[in-house]
Design a protein around this ligand. Structure first.
Ligand code: NAG
Ligand code: NAG
Ligand code: NAG
Ligand code: NAG
Ligand code: NAG
Ligand code: NAG
Ligand code: NAG
Length: 828
């Protein structure tokens, strides 16, 4: 190769190679340098041209040249063969500059050649065939074996990085993969499907073809074959365990065991429900123990979990459920439902009647011999009138009357002893039977006639007039012996009532309404004593349950009585004097003559006829004065003691249209500015004292005389207001009186003629001026202006006098000032 050829080659190479030299230069002085060059390239590649510095004339190359690197005397560094990273990844070279004599003048300086990797090595499995085994139900994703491949390329580049894949699984059913491989580590594990479905009894052996591939741009790959044997899972739920309760054997006692597929697992028990005590344990062989005697009555079964973990306490597989049943033994005697069971039975019940069911308890397991109870009656107290009055059904516990009906008189109570037994135990229980009374006795009065009573008719309501007494020999304080008293005759008005004392059954006859001599001077009363509960059939109330008395009512002179407290009447306000508006009648209980009079009649509108009670008008009424007229009417006995009663009388006076309409107020000072500049108008209102409909008054307005219509116009605004307007401008500067007719439209209609005074006057600042004193009463705006102007006039005159004085003193200047003060009064 000639230097020229080399030079040309050199440039081509420099452009193709990246990272050469420094600052894009391909030549330079001798100094330490590092070059990176891809392996496997064509030989005779120029790397760099060193420039000799006199006296240096030539260069020498030493170091790890491996016969590949050379340097020409002119400093051109190149390699003659392809580099191979896998043989040497870094070449440490040294270059020295020599003078003509061959003596070193510079260097040696280190030149480092880094060989960059290209993907020129395929991955290779370390074994062409692997064998392994996996336990049925192993945790998915947990590797049970590894395959391993190597690649000589730089592991720092994709060329040397490997990825594993399962290519083929044999056999394969329904396209479901049971195995998977970690593409980085080569660890082979089960898929979730594999963990679930692998079963050595169905298929024992599997074969996988695994590929490995590097990740270079143009990857290489290799395959290997893996034979896998499936082993049975011995991590299985143990059979349910049955433990007899209350065991006296020394504890702990082994009851069952679990075992993980491989040795070295740690075992634990986990409670499924939180219990006050957990009487089980497990050792590191997987043996499960019960640690103390169990009690069926406390808890009849236990369910808990056994878990296996690895040394890092990570679960190796799903927990196993352990089921323990506690077997009952008859270790509980029967118990009584309570210290004493009480039943009741009525007197006279028939033989065979059910008294009640007695039920004992047993804590042992239900529906077994251990809790099956039997009943036996062993004693009865008292044994009167005979023994064995009762019997109990052996298995049902039903207590029945066996010999005869009971009588409370014989014994009101029986104490029974009942023996309750199960297979091994006997318990004695107490039962008390109470005999209850029935309502077979009637109340009997202590006497049948309580004689004559006398009370005045004004005796206060609530007074007790008599105490009566009946007795009942049924059981006290029951509905069979409690008495209520009913008045059955002689008091249809309900004037009397009887209250019963619950302790003594005494009856208090009490006045509930006033007595009335005039209506009922004698009351012949009959009282019945009854029980609250009905009598048993065959027993009836008889005469002994009735009593009577006679009540004489004495007369008392009473005041006359009106039938109401307030009387009302209504009358039109225009009724004629002497009209009867109401008739008042009072009655004297004793039938005495009465005389009537009025009280509080201050207006003198009404009078009353002393004997008949007629109320008449005595004067003209006026609703507008008083629409509700109230007086009092007195009815008095005409003889001693002149007892009297007073009631209210209210007379409502209804309206009649008897008031003509009028102006709503005094319209004073109505004025328009003179001369008129345009049409003017003013608003006025009317009113009426009569009662108005709810919509308000409806007045109509019109001019009071025909000839005014050429100058004025009246127009209605609404029911109360109207507008008075001018019809032209030609009014004189004076006051006009305009008569206006107002009609109230009532029944009958009333009309009035009113007058509005309107003044046309000269205006000062838009207001009319009028001299003082023309209108009595309160000052109008015009009057106020007048007062003001008069005041100004007086001040003006004073000023004029002052000015004239000054002028006299000063000598004749400023004539206008004095003239300005001569203010003339304005005309009305
Ligand atoms: C694979 O083999 C290489 C070389 O023998 C070794 O360094 C590496 O640890 C192995 N990897 C595995 C997962 O066995
Ligand atoms: C390797 O597996 C991981 C996780 O399964 C996946 O994300 C990744 O893409 C895989 N790499 C290759 C090269 O298949
Ligand atoms: C266990 O049995 C004995 C008799 O064998 C008994 O006395 C004891 O009460 C029983 N204990 C329990 C908790 O049932
Ligand atoms: C029944 O027993 C109770 C005590 O439990 C006692 O007070 C009562 O007098 C006894 N009755 C009879 C009739 O013996
Ligand atoms: C009760 O009054 C009546 C009638 O006045 C009279 O016949 C009778 O004897 C009186 N009875 C008694 C017990 O006073
Ligand atoms: C009413 O009956 C009772 C018994 O229930 C009896 O003692 C009494 O004599 C009877 N009275 C009359 C008036 O028959
Ligand atoms: C009637 O008209 C006058 C003036 O417009 C007004 O003030 C008044 O409220 C009106 N009255 C009714 C009842 O509308």
């Amino acid at each position: 190769m000639t230097p020229a050829q080399l030079h040309c080659l050199c440039l081509v190479t420099l452009y193709l190679t990246t990272g050469y030299g420094e600052d894009g230069k391909f030549s330079g002085p001798l100094k330490a340098m590092t070059f990176s060059i891809f392996e496997g390239q064509e030989p005779s590649q120029v790397i760099f041209q060193f420039k000799a510095n006199p006296p240096a004339v030539t260069f020498k190359l030493t170091g790890e040249t491996d016969g590949i690197f050379e340097i020409q005397p002119n400093g051109l560094l190149y390699h003659t063969k392809p580099l191979d990273r896998e043989r040497r990844a870094v070449h440490e070279l040294q270059v020295s500059a020599l003078d003509a004599q061959g003596a070193t003048v510079e260097g040696p300086v280190p030149i480092t050649i880094e060989v960059k990797d290209i993907n020129d090595n395929p991955p290779r499995f370390l074994q062409s065939k692997y064998e392994g085994s996996v336990r049925q139900n192993s945790r998915p994703g947990k590797p049970f074996m590894y395959v391993n491949a190597t690649d000589l390329d730089d592991p720092a580049t994709p060329n040397g990085q490997l990825s594993y894949h399962v290519l083929i699984q044999l056999p394969k059913v329904s396209e479901i993969m049971y195995f998977q491989i970690n593409n980085k580590t080569g660890g082979i594990s089960l898929t979730p499907d594999g963990s679930r479905s692998l079963d050595p009894t169905k298929n024992l052996n599997y074969n996988l073809v695994i590929s490995v591939r590097d990740m270079g741009e143009h990857p290489f790959s290799d395959t290997t074959s893996v034979d896998i044997t499936v082993k049975e899972n011995i991590w299985k739920m143990p059979e349910p365990v049955e433990i007899i309760e209350n065991s006296t054997d020394p504890h702990p006692i082994k009851i069952t065991q679990v075992q993980w597929n491989e040795p070295g697992a740690r075992y634990d028990l986990v409670e499924k429900e939180k219990l006050p005590r957990f009487p089980f344990s497990i050792d590191q062989n997987g043996d499960i123990f019960v640690t103390q005697p169990l009690d069926h009555e406390e808890k009849d079964s236990y369910v808990f979990h056994a878990i296996a973990t690895d040394e890092n306490r990570k679960p190796l597989a799903a927990p196993l459920q352990v089921y323990v049943k506690v077997k009952d033994i008859n270790d509980n005697p029967p118990t009584c439902p309570s210290e004493k069971t009480v039943f009741e039975i009525q007197e006279n019940e028939n033989i065979g009647s059910d008294i009640g069911t007695f039920t004992g308890h047993d804590m042992d397991e239900k529906n077994t011999e251990n809790s099956l109870l039997k009943y036996k009656l062993v004693d009865q107290t008292p044994k009167f009138p005979q023994d064995n009055l009762f019997m109990i059904q052996t298995y049902l516990g039903l207590l029945q009357l066996s010999k005869q009906s009971l009588k409370k008189q014989d014994s009101s109570q029986y104490n029974l002893t009942i023996e309750v037994s199960d297979k091994d135990f006997k318990t004695v229980c107490l039962v008390q039977v109470n005999v209850i009374d029935i309502n077979d006795q009637i109340p009997i009065f202590e006497k049948s006639d309580y004689g004559n009573l006398t009370f005045a008719e004004n005796t206060a309501v609530g007074t007790t007039i008599l105490v009566i007494q009946a007795t009942d020999s049924d059981e006290p304080f029951t509905g069979s012996s409690k008495i209520q008293y009913l008045i059955t005759k002689g008091d249809s008005e309900g004037r009397l009532g009887v209250d019963t004392d619950p302790q003594t059954n005494a009856g208090y006859v009490i006045l509930k309404k006033p007595l009335d001599f005039e209506a009922a001077p004698i009351l012949n009363i009959m009282v019945k004593a009854e029980n609250l509960e009905p009598l048993v059939s065959g027993v009836n109330y008889n005469e002994s349950s009735y009593a009577s008395f006679t009540l004489f009512v004495t007369n008392v002179n009473e005041a006359p009585q009106f039938s109401q407290h307030v009387f009302q009447a209504e009358v039109r306000e225009d009724v004629a004097i002497g009209t009867t508006v109401a008739k008042m009648t009072a009655v004297d209980p004793e039938g005495l003559d009465l005389s009537y009079s009025l009280k509080g009649e201050e207006r003198g509108w009404l009078r009353i006829d002393r004997t008949t009670g007629d109320i008449l008008t005595a004067a003209r009424l006026d609703r507008e004065t008083e629409s509700l007229h109230r007086v009092q009417v007195v009815a008095a006995e005409t003889t001693k003691p002149f007892l009297s009663s007073t009631v209210e009388f209210h007379l409502t006076i209804t309206d009649v249209n008897d008031n003509p309409p009028r102006l709503a107020k005094d319209y004073i000072g109505l004025s328009f500015c003179y001369p008129l500049k345009g049409p003017e108008s003013l608003i006025f209102a009317a009113t009426d004292d009569d009662k108005q409909s709810f919509r308000g008054p409806h007045f109509t307005f019109s001019l009071g005389s025909e000839h005014l219509k050429k100058d004025w116009e009246v127009s209605k605004i609404n029911g109360t207001h109207a507008r008075l307007s001018t019809k032209h401008k030609g009014f004189e500067e004076r006051a006009y009186n305009i008569p206006i007719r107002i009609n109230d439209g009532g029944q009958p209609p009333l009309e009035s003629l009113v007058s509005l005074t309107v003044t046309f006057c000269t205006c000062v600042e838009g207001s009319c001026y009028r001299p003082v004193g023309q209108q009595p009463g309160r000052p109008t705006v015009g009057m106020a202006v007048g007062i003001l102007l008069s005041t100004l006039l007086v001040i003006g005159i004073i000023l004029a006098v002052v000015f004239i004085r000054i002028k006299k003193n000063k000598g004749g200047d400023n004539v206008e000032n004095t003239q300005a003060s001569e203010v003339k009064p304005l005309r009305d």
